[in-house]
Ligand binder design. Structure first.
Ligand code: VGL
Ligand code: ZN
Length: 204
């Protein structure tokens, strides 16, 4: 990267939290195996942002809040379709903390998402109504960031939705699939990889 590229590029690390690692409440296979590689990327970038899934204990994306429903079922919410999840990343719990091996100290911003009971947020940019901004797009633009590199958990949910929104907002987007891991429900990985390719997301 040239010095100029370096200044206008940010690395966004998605949801490297205990609950998304194999022992966690919504464990993603191999989720902890990408952390060393992510730490190396953190070293390389001038600008690092972390995201943190951050739900109230009664969040509406939890199957436990819906009588007779099980995790991984799909329901319809006022804002559209929503997959139901095991309770995960509850605010202030150990499961919501960053994995202990993640080198997070360099991060300039931690963006929390999914903190409102009535709506989930996969993307770091917009909540799942695709309308309510988190503020991250404005933050990055105001600071002159043009290129975004993304990695983390999970490839087919928070990484993919963040990449799609970033591309739609005009950022030049690169996803690192080798430093991301997927939940992969009903072909979601293939579907989202295709959507990212169609949106002009780069892969490295
Ligand atoms: C995520 C499901 C529910 C993710 C977050 O980080 O990909 N997936 N909440
Ligand atoms: Zn979540």
């Amino acid at each position: 990267m040239t010095e100029r590229d370096q200044k206008s590029s940010a690395f966004i690390v998605i949801d490297i939290q205990n609950d998304f690692c194999p022992e966690g409440a919504l464990g993603v296979a191999g989720g902890d195996t990408i952390i060393a590689g992510i730490n190396q990327e953190i070293e390389r970038f001038d600008h690092v942002v972390l995201t943190q899934d951050w739900h109230p204990a009664d969040h509406s994306s939890f199957a436990s809040q819906h009588e007779g429903r099980s995790p991984y079922e799909m329901i319809t919410m006022p804002y559209g379709k929503q997959t139901l999840w095991p309770d995960h990343c509850v605010q202030g719990t150990q499961g919501a903390e960053f994995h202990k091996d993640l080198q997070w100290t360099k991060a300039e911003l931690v963006i929390r998402k999914g903190y409102r009971k009535a709506i989930d947020s996969y993307s770091a940019f917009f909540e799942n109504d695709h309308m309510t901004p988190t503020g991250l797009g404005g933050y990055l633009k105001e600071r002159g960031i043009k290129n975004i590199t993304l990695a983390g958990l999970a490839t087919d949910f928070c990484v993919a939705y963040s990449a799609l929104d970033a591309a739609a907002q005009g950022f030049n987007v690169t996803v690192l699939p080798d430093l991301s891991r997927a939940i992969d429900i009903d072909g979601s990985l293939q579907t989202m990889m295709k959507q990212m390719r169609n949106a002009g997301v780069n892969f490295r």
